[in-house]
Design a binder for this molecule. Structure first.
Ligand SMILES: [Fe+2]
Length: 237
């Protein structure tokens, strides 16, 4: 089964990811070489970058034309800010992956509000299913990893970053990824790729590292069947 990467900044000139079509195409070739056949472009929606769904969709169409050997969906690296939440509740499919229910959610590094469970619950009630992105790199969650477990228990899907597990972000995020894997709360491994050099769209190395902890079958599900179910809008338990 081919791999599916649900988190990447491959669209050119929309955020701090790819800065040209050349880079975008090179990133897609790296992903293809690694065995990835479907990528979700997830531009930031945060205080620095405005999320222009129609503009992003037009770039995605151009990407499809340039890279016909690969499949693409549009999603969003959705920062959990007050304005974003309000807008997502009004337009529940504006930020999700393709036309699915699945929404990537990124928490602030500066603190997690006590209303967090209610906020996630309100998004779920509005028909979205949240995917918590890279909790291992969040300073607050590093201090209190139990938060991540409680999110998994509320039905959030936990997504760790491939290169956190392989040590790119240092020992603390790596150890936390390993601990989440041992606890059985990791749903998906994604690349969160930004470029062709440092933060690349590669999943195979992390899959091999995960396999040493959870076994081959479960590790493969984290880069194959589970992200595939997400882009196809199939339910995940
Ligand atoms: Fe991201």
């Amino acid at each position: 089964m081919a791999m599916v990467d649900i988190h990447s900044h491959i669209l050119p000139n929309v955020d701090d990811g790819s800065n040209s079509w050349e880079t975008t195409e090179a990133m897609c070739r790296i992903a293809f070489e690694d065995g990835i056949r479907h990528m979700v472009a997830t531009p930031h929606a945060n205080f620095d970058y405005y999320y222009d769904r129609d503009g992003h969709q037009a770039l995605l169409e151009e990407l499809r034309a340039r890279m016909p050997e690969m499949q693409f969906s549009l999603g969003c690296d959705f920062h959990l800010s007050y304005d974003n939440i309000e807008d997502a509740l009004k337009h529940p499919r504006k930020y999700t992956i393709g036309h699915t229910r699945y929404l990537l959610v990124e928490f602030s590094d500066y603190g997690i509000s006590r209303q967090m469970p209610e906020v996630l619950y309100s998004l779920h009630l509005a028909g979205m299913r949240t995917i918590i992105t890279h909790p291992e790199r969040n300073v607050v969650m590093q201090r209190d990893p139990e938060i991540v477990k409680s999110m998994a228990e509320m039905g959030c899907i936990i997504q760790i970053t491939a290169n956190s597990l392989t040590g790119f972000w240092g020992k603390a995020p790596q150890k936390l990824c390993e601990s989440f894997l041992k606890q059985g709360i990791v749903g998906v491994i994604a690349s969160d790729a930004h470029s062709t050099k440092r933060r690349v769209p590669v999943l195979s190395e992390a899959c091999a590292a995960a396999a040493k902890i959870v076994g081959e079958e479960k590790a493969r599900a984290m880069v194959e069947s589970t992200p595939l179910a997400i882009v196809k809008d199939e339910p995940i338990d």
